[in-house]
Design a protein around this ligand. Sequence first.
Ligand code: ADP
Ligand code: MG
Length: 791
Amino acid sequence: DSAGTSSHGDDSTLDERRKAVVNASPAAKSMTSFRKKLPAFKMKDEVLQAVSQNQVLVVSGETGCGKTTQLPQFILEEEINAGRGAACDIICTQPRRISAISVATRVADERGDELGESVGYQIRLEARRSQETRLLFCTTGVLLRRLVQDPLLEGVSHVIVDEIHERGMNEDFLLVVLRDLLPKRPKLRLILMSATINADMFSKYFGNAPKLHIPGFTFPVREFFLEDVVESTGFQSQNNQASSRFSGGRRIEKQKDSLTELFEEVAIQDTYKQFSKSTRKYLECWNPEIIDLDLVEAAIQHICEEKNDGAILVFLTGWDDISKLLDKLKLNPSVRNELLLPLHGSMPTINQRQIFQRPPPGVRKIVLATNIAETSITIDDVVYVIDCGKAKETSYDALNKLACLLPSWISRAAAHQRRGRAGRVQPGICFHLYPKLMYDAMAQYQLPEILRTPLESLCLQIKSLQVGSIAKFLSKALEPPELRAVDNAIESLKTIGALDDREELTSLGRHLATLPLDPKVGKMLLMGAIFQCLDPALTIAAALAHRDPFVIPIDKRDAADEAKRRLAGNARSDHLALMRAYEGYIVAKRHGRERNYCWENFLSAQTLQWMDGAREQFYDHLSKIGFVDNSSNSANYAVEITLQCLSPTYDAFLVQAYNKHSDDLEMVRAVLCAGLYPNVVQCKARGRRTAFFTKDDGKVEPHPASVNSRVGQFAQPWLVYSEKVKTTGIYLRDTTNISDYALLMFGGPLVSNGKGVEMLDGYLQFTASAKTMELVNALRSQLDDLLTRKI
Ligand code: ADP
Ligand code: MG
């Protein structure tokens, strides 16, 4: 343990230099007085004493009281004062990239220091830190990856885990690792920070660790619900409801059903008797599935026209609705001259100062944010909050292996937290854009992520930390997932070849553990690189990682289906339709007509643009782990040059070796099969129709939005699919028709059965010639080799 040994000389120069800077800067002085007013400041001594006397401390306090920006700083200052400045190494984890950057920037400012000197940050693929950095803000994922290399966190003096109340999967995971680590590092200090009051649970988890609460003060906030907002804005239902609105590709049908029922029953009844006819009409048509951006706009306009000064904070679900609303507001004469600021986790850089600063007099600040502004980022001058009631989260039914990432209803605790954001500087107002009935129906707390997301990726992480058995490790979590869910995940990893029979990582598993993707999609990507059709694999992985770029307007469903089928041609593949949609977009963009292109083909330009960035990230990653062969593909060189000369619009890039087979659709299908297996069903002709069989679910169908739904006959006997969703029946989302041979080569293990071979899981029975089998076996053994060698 190297913390605690240091030379005084270093410390005092460090500290003197810092003080000199602070004294010289008036901005830093005013920040010092701001700091002193924060509730956390009054607790400084208690905090420091508790940290010095206990290995683990749980700190809770109202959001905005100064936990994140102050506590790590107190510790740093104390270490410097005690002469341990040069030797301390404080790590503070943040659940999101954007908050790691934002907080590090702020703390460096407060210390009158350059970002990257004493205070730095590190997120995936990006860092500002140096030799001198003593306080590092990083994402939880960064610390987890460091633990792979450095299981004892050698030299780290303090670990501060922030925002633990969110119960993110990474944070829950980290706590298990740290709890095991503490006895091995007696001098290491662990501080857990949480916004709400379930501090007890965390304290118990760490053997009744002491708790410290920072009391805070907020002003009262008046709260209104949908019915009140519609009544007071006189907002008229656009009635043909969904006509102008899009419902994204992936929808929660399950939730919709129960909610629609709820409102059909109650909306028109007594509760709403006192409201006007048009309000009641709005409530009757209210669709819990859709965020009515027209209404959000009306509410903002209402505040701008009728209410006193004060910033507005709008909670939306993601980049899609933020940018759509932004476009609307820019055209609204009552709003467009105000200061409109988006705030979203995957924004490359946020304009820090504007978000936090007071706007010029006469201008109102309007921040359109995701739930990142719920607890991570506090904007002080907010007086009005508009809460759409939803956030994006992954929901997953681990037992049935059904998954989706979509906006879903937040918990009452989160709604309460959002409301509180309006009362930082004066009494505030909060508009919840859902009926009071909805609020009453919300869950009190959100389910921890570990209980609602697929566990495959987590299992791979656990294995790469070499902390022993997966099931045993997970049983030590704060709220352990069900054993059956864990077993399912392990089985599934074995099936795709990421874990071997002894539950150890294979070469494939080691690669997949480093990819920020679902393991099947990750495997498809690796196979795309190996089989030299990387471009299609990148595109399909990007679409599967995020969301479908196809949008389906409710009243134009047929036209949208038609457009997608047109793109698919006769390929019988949603994945290839995705690929072509993206390729078309790139060409259209080159001609500056991407808007038209998206409109004509029912595509979301935002999603396609996002895919661009994701593709680049995947490419960089594959290239880093040695999977990209970007030598030029000389066989096609002459052809390429000729094509470039003949056609001025031809894409002037030389075909690279990694794209040698990108135009070969059979190869792309095979790669899809290699990745998505065992997500495969058999298609059997039944008269003029086709029936689909899986081993365990009985009857399934391609999703109505799939190009393979309501198709008579299939050219090939199998469909691979990305996802199975349960609504009124069991549907397969994104399917591709593949041949026996693809499955024979890239499916599960084979055994011979006298007549031919069959797959262990009993799917495929096949009689193949000895020659074919020789090729298949050669391929299978080489594949292992290829994956191993790349490490
Ligand atoms: P907590 O972690 O307890 O929620 P923070 O430490 O994040 O609180 O914030 C304390 C105060 O510092 C808040 O009033 C917040 O508005 C302010 N603050 C935080 N970051 C910045 C920043 N980058 N610029 C200006 N003020 C900030
Ligand atoms: Mg905080």
